[in-house]
Design a protein around this ligand. Sequence first.
Ligand SMILES: Cc1ncc(COP(=O)(O)O)c(C=O)c1O
Length: 376
Amino acid sequence: MNLFEVYSILDIEPVCGKGCFIYDGAGREYLDLYGGHAVISIGHCHPLYIERLQEQLNKIGFYSNSVIIPQQQLLAQRLGSMSGYDDYRLFLCNSGAEANENAIKLASFHNGRKKILSFKSSFHGRTNGTLAVTDNPNICAPVNSREYVQFLPLNDSEAVHDALCEGDICAVIIEGIQGLAGIYCPEVPFLQALRKMCDRHGTILILDEIQSGYGRSGKFFAHQYADIRPDIITTAKGMGNGFPMAGVLIHPRFEARIGMLGTTFGGNHLACAAAIAVLDVMQQEKLTENALHVGNYLKEKLASIPQIREIRGQGLMIGLDFGQPVAPLRNRLIKEHRILTGTSSDKNVIRLLPALCLEQKHADLFLQNLKTVLSD
Ligand SMILES: Cc1ncc(COP(=O)(O)O)c(C=O)c1O
């Protein structure tokens, strides 16, 4: 059997990783500024992460949500206190799309409505429900119905106001920072207005922090720059540092009912061990603070490179807009300097999504090599 080929892949075969670096079979070292789609949060092969996973695997790796799994409660407590959402409740699942599916379903269960507002250029996943709220018709099949979804321009409070006034909108879903679109931050006054408008109309505010959460922005969740509290927050990617793991943080106002949501794999022993290890390392090594510090350093230095038209983002979620296609630049960074960066759906934008343990010396290595390529 052959693979069903749906990915455009780089000509690299990593066989091991350490911190912010990956290595191929010939021992060549690559600086990883992409973290496999923003997944690597605490760095590749962190010793504590390995130890905890091995320890758990030697006891029990998996059992389904039909038994007591104390690690789930421990994870909920650690996540609640580190994120500032102690009073929310946690539903565990396996991927970002699954978290958003559950968030949308919860919103609809709660207020009995079915219309959703989403934003232009948004990305919320590739399952049927999440594709319906994703603004990219190219990846939607005819079956991915969008009849209940309206896409509005980001940061346009008036458009949101008009749509909410029109009728019974179930939920608004918005990324903490738009990632795949090319790194666009919702403005603070916009998020604050959104919160107020949702309250006024009984509409549920869902913050998709799947890419922008878990310390990446320099706050635990990116929306915390706006000092708002969403009704539902979704998280995945960095949560398990590569172990498939996702969560839905749910306001205490939502009533849980047995059988309302469910998953076979979500919140299993091994996944919880991975997620608790991630939080422990984030706390011990002050990785959120580091993301802010090194991210600001990078942005400040990048600002002096004339070829970059715009620099966007927060912390270690950075978009570099060159105003022209970046594919040749990105390829040269990989081939000639062994530096891995990310693309976005905007062909002019390079996305930087490194592990949160990136150090200033790694940022300098990137800056130096980027300048070399740009000077040719
Ligand atoms: C903002 C956002 N939401 C949802 C998803 C979907 O997550 P997953 O690929 O884990 O289903 C992604 C993935 O890139 C994302 O960036």
